[in-house]
Design a protein around this ligand. Structure first.
Ligand code: DCP
Ligand code: MG
Length: 363
């Protein structure tokens, strides 16, 4: 008798928001290869190509076991010819020559460095690259004009490159909650972003501020930011007024940024006491977003991510349900009505999707 072990075949739903994607998964090398090419494509301004690699990587992220060979790819969605070749090479040789070449390239390394600066996007990084700039030192020696935000980003570059730990993020959330509750009793603060998905580290801290009584949250942000300033904790801030109106055409492409009142900051994170001569603080990025109570489930869903999970939720809503989803609400285009929700679960229900908890949204 010959015993053949047959692994159960891999079944993957087409939209990332229909899948359960944990943080840790059994195919890190394959995912890393595809995500590197996705990033390089975005650096080249080729968004569609970048998205194709991101989709392929996201499919691999949700597999329950290691991929055995390319024969298993045929049943999976979103794996195009290029991704297929990359995966085959990594499966057979352990590395993919194209990916290694990208990682070594001056272009990729420089774009990665520049886009890591707070306030610098792909377009600015690309301009600098084409001007021949390659390092932070070059920005200075060439007298490159920086916005106030970029200036702060360069000054705090080394600190901001250090990931924020979960305990640090929770500590900041508590600090903000204490201050907010003194200014406005019953104010709430929710830690969103990657930390809500269970990530142990993040590049920033995303906090949603609200109040159980709709409208009471208005006017909280100014005094809160002023308090942080008085405490000497603010290294940088810029605020943005709310620009949300219910009369405007709902859009799922108000893009990365929704229309909530918010404050982007760089904060002094006070560190536990250490030896003498050691600086007692580190700069960290903190975003404060003010959300009216009725929009909180939508904002929470929109700010928990991952970015790809969000993109897929919106694409699913539009193409499969004729609905527009954003961080403010859910709009049924056929009925011409907004669908209210008092929890994230209800939003998934409106969309006819199984509920995916935050820790399984790491698409
Ligand atoms: N977001 C989004 N689209 C964007 C930017 C943000 O949908 N273009 C949402 C999803 C993100 C969340 O906001 O998860 C927070 O944005 P971050 O850039 O802080 O992303 P994360 O918190 O997921 O990552 P990190 O751990 O690096 O902070
Ligand atoms: Mg974050």
């Amino acid at each position: 008798h010959v015993t053949v072990t047959v692994e159960p075949s891999l079944q993957v739903a087409p939209y990332a928001c229909q899948r359960r994607t944990p943080l840790d998964h059994p195919n890190p090398a394959l995912v890393m290869a595809l995500e590197t090419l996705a990033e390089a494509a975005l650096f080249a301004g080729e968004e569609a190509r970048g998205l194709a690699f991101t989709r392929a990587a996201s499919v691999l992220r949700c597999l329950p076991r290691a991929l055995q060979g390319t024969h298993e790819l045929s049943g999976l969605p979103c794996i195009g010819g290029h991704s297929h070749r990359v995966l085959q090479e990594v499966l057979e040789d352990g590395v993919c020559a194209e990916v290694e070449a990208v990682k070594q390239s001056e272009r990729y390394q420089t774009m990665k460095l520049f886009t890591q600066i707070f306030g610098v996007g792909v377009r600015t990084a690309d301009c600098w690259y084409r001007e021949g700039l390659r390092s932070l030192g070059d920005l200075q020696s060439h007298g490159t004009r920086l916005t106030r935000q970029q200036q702060a980003g360069v000054e705090c570059f080394e600190d901001l490159a250090v990931p924020v730990g979960r305990a640090e993020a929770e500590g900041l959330a508590c600090l903000v909650l204490d201050a907010a509750a003194r200014l406005l009793p019953s104010a709430s603060v929710t830690l969103a972003g990657g930390f809500r998905r269970g990530k142990p580290h993040g590049h920033d801290v995303d906090l949603l501020l609200s109040h159980p009584e709709e409208g009471r949250e208005v006017g909280l942000l100014g005094p809160l930011v002023a308090w942080l300033e008085e405490q000497g904790l603010l290294l940088y801030q810029h605020s943005q007024h709310s620009s949300y109106t219910t009369t405007a055409e709902p859009s799922s492409s108000c893009g990365p940024l929704d229309r909530f009142e918010r404050c982007f900051t760089i904060l002094r994170l006070v560190l536990p006491a250490t030896g003498t001569g050691v600086r007692a603080w580190r700069a960290v990025r903190l975003d404060l977003v003010v959300v009216p109570h009725s929009q909180l489930p939508f904002a929470l869903l929109g700010w928990t991510g991952s970015r790809h999970f969000e993109r897929e939720l919106r694409r699913f809503a539009r193409h499969e349900r004729e609905m527009v989803l954003n961080s403010h609400g859910l709009y049924n285009m056929r009925q011409g009505t907004f669908l209210p929700a008092s929890s994230e679960e209800e939003i998934f229900q409106h969309l006819g999707l199984d509920y995916i908890p935050p820790t399984l949204r790491n698409a």
